[in-house]
Design a protein around this ligand. Sequence first.
Ligand code: ACO
Length: 345
Amino acid sequence: MTKPGTREPQPAPPWPAQPFSTVIVGTGAQVPERILTNADLEKMVDTSDQWIVERTGMKERRISAPGEAASDIAVKACEKALAEARVKPADIDLIIVGTVTGDMLFPSTACILQQKLGAQRAAAFDVSAGCTGFIYALSIARQFIATGVCRTVLVVGVEMLSKITDWTDRSTCVLFGDGAGAAVLKADAQPATGILATYLAADGTGGEHLYMPAGGSRLPATVETVQQHQHTCKMNGNAIFKVAVRAMADAVKHLLRQADLKLEDIKLLIPHQANLRIIEATTRLLKFPSERVFINIHKYGNTSSASTIIALDEARKAGLIRPGDVVMIVAFGAGLTWGGVVIRF
Ligand code: ACO
């Protein structure tokens, strides 16, 4: 055992002659037990099942229990992913968590997970990129693996949006749900497998459309900020809707060019599950066949950073992704941010 704050010296890994490929060797997901249906929401705010289904495609979402925090469900998603990958926590070099609703502002949820998993060797940090958090985290992880710095990376997307939702605001409270997903990434010598391309983008000028005003250094918590519901998510839904369609289509085009692929090569498209109409508008714009688009928004609503990894895990476990299949994941979110990845399984 080393003393806290120390590590045994390790030889530096040799800089690889060729970048290593990054393969996904295990995934896992976990959602809270409690289901909140559209009928439940009808009793809370002036809304209807018909409005929510027609405008969003959502039927129910999962809501965490009081006292349940992001790391509590994330750790279960990680354990499932590690079990499938047959990787021990002690073998993890790095943990990256995409989240905007971690357990606390600090320490990072990645450090909390490192302790819960017993991944003593792992470095750990969080990434804040709104709903694009998992894509950003995956892309960063790939850089560490490609350069030979890390062999095994645990990437997590977890969100507890219910904790920052204004439950009196019908324009946002019907949209969000809680959930977690995790992926274990490993270095591989085969250049034609694993992550083929990543694309990250941001436009801070759109930050005003989706944000939480208080709780940071701009507006620290006071009695007034609590009374004025300033610790909850504020959103200009129409503005986000328009940007989201353009941004996801933009990500698809960049990824195809980088990976030297055509739309026909994509076996499954996994878009961020924010709104069924956004997904349909994007695939119409791209002329992508709807039967090759993965959708689970009716079950979970928008789980932000967790959305695409929960969807990837479900698609894999449902047998929709076979060895050799090329899968594209695209997302957009607060920041504004957007991006995607292409993976050959
Ligand atoms: N129930 C009933 N009526 C509602 C509700 C509700 N829950 N919410 C809004 N309305 C009303 C509005 O008040 C408005 O009424 P009015 O015409 O009398 O003024 C009417 O419905 C239409 O409102 P719009 O906002 O124009 O509805 P729209 O069709 O744009 O749908 C929505 C709203 C679902 C929010 C849509 O704009 C959207 O999905 N935007 C993108 C949101 C998104 O993706 N956010 C996630 C970003 S990711 C992240 O980082 C967290």
